[in-house]
Design a protein around this ligand. Structure first.
Ligand code: SF4
Length: 236
């Protein structure tokens, strides 16, 4: 008999995609529990702890997904936490395989610190973070280039931008990809929310204006769910 697959899951919920190029599409989110990447402006710090009390079986996760799906929503976005942490990867692969068997489109939210070939190969889409200086986490440009060249047909790059320095770092990375003749993928800038902020209007405008002054290389897409429900809301 096969050993039972278990996963560390923070939550499974249905919501409308609030950011990136798939904004506005209803889907089911599976949020892994556990991340040791440590972005200083992380908005889900409650998902950092690899707390075993969040353990659930694959069957339980699938049951919840199928209940939320009602056979109408056949898209799942897998996020975190860091679903690509090596301790999550074996169960993540089992989850993706099961979802694919049942006809779901599967998006992976990747933190921009690693390429996990066995996951990216079987996912339908990979949203890859470029970590900006304000996160105090670094995305290697060489790693990003490798990612784009291997997965351009099903990828976007997302960067959270808090200030001009973040914009310029993202532009440097974008320019490096162009100079390296990387394949073309959509790049999305997400104006950062500071804690307690209802809507970062001035920062949003600054990012739009910077994009204009640098020749409009990016799409600027805010985090819709935060202004609709408030930045502290969960499961939205
Ligand atoms: S990778 Fe995601 S969950 Fe982990 S610290 Fe960064 S923003 Fe938070």
């Amino acid at each position: 008999m096969r050993p039972m697959t278990t996963l560390l899951i923070n939550s499974v919920y249905r919501a409308t995609e609030g950011e990136g190029i798939h904004i506005g599409i209803p889907q089911i989110f599976v949020r892994f529990q556990g991340c040791n990447i440590g972005c200083v402006n992380c908005d889900t710090k409650e998902t950092w702890d690899f707390d075993p009390s969040y353990t659930v079986s694959l069957d339980e996760v699938m049951e919840k997904i199928e209940h939320l799906s009602q056979d109408i929503i056949k898209r799942v976005s897998i996020t975190g936490g860091d679903p690509l942490h090596p301790s999550h990867v074996p169960s993540l692969i089992e989850l993706i395989k099961e979802l694919k068997t049942r006809g779901y489109f599967v998006n992976i939210e990747a933190a921009g610190t690693r390429i996990v070939k066995e996951v990216f190969d079987i996912a339908d889409f990979v949203s890859y973070d470029f970590k900006t200086p304000s996160t105090q986490v670094r995305t290697s440009q060489d790693l990003l280039l490798k990612f784009i060249n291997e997965y351009s047909s099903k990828a976007q790059v997302k960067a959270v931008v808090a200030n001009k320095k973040d914009f310029e770092a993202t532009y440097d990375a974008f320019h490096f990809m162009k100079a390296s003749k990387a394949a073309s993928v959509p790049w999305c800038l997400t104006p950062c929310y500071e804690p307690e902020e209802a809507f970062p209007m001035n920062r949003f405008q600054q990012v739009v204006q910077l994009n204009e002054s640098f020749g409009l290389p990016f799409r600027v897409i805010g985090q819709q769910h935060k202004w609709v429900y408030g930045p502290e809301s969960r499961l939205v």
